[in-house]
Design a protein around this ligand. Structure first.
Ligand code: C2E
Ligand code: MG
Ligand code: MG
Ligand code: MG
Length: 278
């Protein structure tokens, strides 16, 4: 799914800079060194409930901090890690970081909300993915309800992987599954019939169109309806305006994420702004 974006960035970045991230990440030793040096940082973006605009969750979004302090977006380095088949190291690192934070917050008496963590299809395709997931939770001893596993819908297309039974086994182990970026690319109705999941994130590209395009509004209404019938929570991504918010709310959307409420922010800022004491 990053292919197009990657090509775009390869062209638009000066080739020197691009080579710089490449060299830093492209093989396992270099990736581990970057992890150890703390070059990967986690931002959090709150999710809010439509009912009262209270924070109902947050999504962990990784960034890479270059030596000169520049913060680099995932679209610029995730493809490199995916191509090198070492993305799972980063994904599990982010999960570990989030579980450590949650455990710290619980101990400090902060009022926490579930955190969503993104997983690449290559990570999911790993034989011991579930074992790795369980190991992290065993390490921090936190309830699985505090982490939501986000998976992009296009994982269905991965070769040699039984998506439905993998998702079932993750859910059987007690984790909630969220289907990310729904409504672009492979958007496929058979997903609802074949796969059990807990949350659906409507892609920003649909949200972008709801004000100008009546048909997109109907598509959104249809998605809301099928999710209501199946007891799946709906989250709208990339909500930037009050007008979009209003239309989504009228259609029964439960949660929203987007610049209208907050951009992804560094952990410390998130703690200051959104983590109340119990
Ligand atoms: P995503 O999971 O769909 O995350 C939402 C993206 O939309 C984020 O981009 C977020 O900053 C952006 N966004 C949220 N609200 C708005 C808005 O109102 N307007 C606009 N224009 N953008 C908004 P970001 O942080 O650049 O992440 C891009 C993608 O990188 C993510 O898309 C996710 O697929 C992937 N990603 C991020 N962190 C991780 C990770 O730890 N592991 C893996 N495997 N993928 C990750
Ligand atoms: Mg996501
Ligand atoms: Mg998304
Ligand atoms: Mg998206």
């Amino acid at each position: 799914m990053y292919e197009d974006k990657k090509q775009h960035y390869c062209k638009s970045l000066s080739s020197d800079r691009y080579r710089h991230y490449n060299d830093d990440l492209v093989e396992l030793g270099a990736l581990k060194k970057s992890l150890k040096e703390g070059r990967f940082i986690v931002y959090l973006q709150p999710k809010v409930s439509f009912a009262d605009r209270s924070v109902s969750g947050a999504e962990a979004l990784v960034r890479y901090q270059a030596e000169d302090g520049t913060v680099i977006a995932p679209v610029q380095f995730l493809p490199v890690l995916e191509d090198a088949k070492i993305i799972s190291i980063l994904d599990i690192f982010i999960l570990d970081f989030i579980c450590a934070k949650l455990s710290e917050w619980i101990k400090a008496g902060r009022q926490i909300v579930p955190i969503s963590v993104n997983f690449s299809r290559y990570t999911l395709a790993e034989q011991d993915f579930l074992a790795q997931l369980k190991a992290v939770f065993g390490k921090y001893r936190i309830d699985k309800k505090w982490v939501i596993i986000e998976i992009t819908e296009s994982v269905k297309g991965i070769e040699g992987m039984d998506f439905t039974s993998l998702i079932d086994s993750i859910r059987d182990a007690g984790f909630a599954i969220s289907i990310d970026d729904f409504g672009v690319g492979y958007a496929n109705l058979s997903l609802f019939g074949s796969t059990n999941f807990d949350e659906l994130k409507v892609d920003k590209s649909l949200v972008d169109n709801i004000v100008a395009n009546k048909k997109t509004q109907m598509v959104i209404a249809f998605i809301m309806d099928i999710c209501r019938r199946m007891d799946i929570r709906v989250v709208a991504e990339g909500v930037e305006t009050e007008e979009q918010f209003g239309i989504l709310k009228r259609n029964g959307c439960e949660q929203a994420q987007g610049y209208l409420f907050s951009r992804p922010i560094p952990i410390q800022e998130y703690e200051e702004r959104f983590l109340a004491f119990r």
